[in-house]
Design a protein around this ligand. Structure first.
Ligand code: GLP
Length: 260
């Protein structure tokens, strides 16, 4: 794992955006795995700015979102469809047919999930999977005790996750109980995994992800198995890392060619 600590979320998001830009520019048909939540918002703002000011081209970009609530239509303001179109897709030149977000209204959920996996494969696999982090260590909606080999499927949200996301729904009772999410096995097949986390409330989950044992109790800890997992955090989210100084040292002494 490579841990990159930045002074604040703004600088961390810019660095993450540069990494995504590099992949978009290098690949003929870049395939991005995308998250929702508050964390990626500044990263999406930077990508939009790069599109407007630096000509970053999304016309060949293919995207797959990590997850979606079951039972929400795409135009529901708390749906991840709505979130993605509002915060990224409507502001760049992506082709709507290249956007994939799990369908929360799928009638045969199991068949739909299998199809989602097939579509990722048919696109050539994910070049990069961007991830946020739940306070309980979840990635996507893979809650604690999710199989580390899981594939796209339906999951029941924990009480904590429903509380954490209540803000988007006005009240906790409006938060759905289920979501369709890529599995941990699906995520680990991405060529690069980029996890971003900011703020004090993510510090424990980050420490357990990076320095704890690999355990399904902290789904993000499975990233320790990934050959190219990059963790970009601000100082607050890094505050419980025992080896924070070492990660900084490694970053400061990176060979020139490895720098983003
Ligand atoms: C939800 C999403 C995750 C996201 C997490 C953290 O549970 N399914 O993909 O990482 O929230 O959200 P936030 O970035 O708002 O803290």
């Amino acid at each position: 794992m490579e841990v990159i600590i930045q002074p604040n979320s703004e600088q961390a998001s810019l660095l993450a955006a540069r990494l995504v830009k590099k992949i978009i520019m290098e690949k003929k048909k870049p395939v991005l795995g995308l998250p929702t939540g508050n964390t990626p918002l500044p990263l999406y703002r930077h990508l939009v700015k790069m599109h407007r000011e630096e000509g970053l081209d999304f016309s060949q970009v293919v995207t797959f979102n990590l997850d979606e609530y079951v039972g929400l239509s795409p135009d529901h303001p708390a749906s991840f469809h709505y979130f993605m179109w509002k915060n990224l897709f409507s502001q760049v030149n992506i082709r709507p047919e290249n956007v994939h977000i799990p369908d929360g209204l799928a009638s045969d959920v199991e068949a739909y999930c299998r199809q989602y996996e097939e579509e990722i494969k048919a696109a050539g696999g994910l070049d990069i999977q961007i991830l946020g982090l739940g306070t309980d260590g979840h990635i996507g909606f893979n809650e604690p005790t999710s199989s580390l080999k899981s594939r796209t499927r339906i999951k029941t949200l924990t009480e904590q996750t429903r509380k954490d996301n209540a803000l988007f729904f006005g009240a906790e009772e409006n938060v759905p109980y289920h979501a369709i999410t890529m599995g941990i096995g699906t995520i680990l097949e991405a060529k690069v995994c980029l996890l971003i986390a900011f703020g004090k409330k993510k510090a424990t989950a980050i420490a357990r992800t990076v320095e704890g044992p690999v355990t399904s109790m902290v789904p993000a800890s499975a990233l320790q198995f990934h050959p190219k997992a990059i963790i970009v955090v601000d100082e607050e989210a890094a505050s419980e890392l025992r080896l924070a100084n070492y990660y900084q040292w490694v970053y400061d002494h990176k060979p020139e060619w490895q720098k983003v």
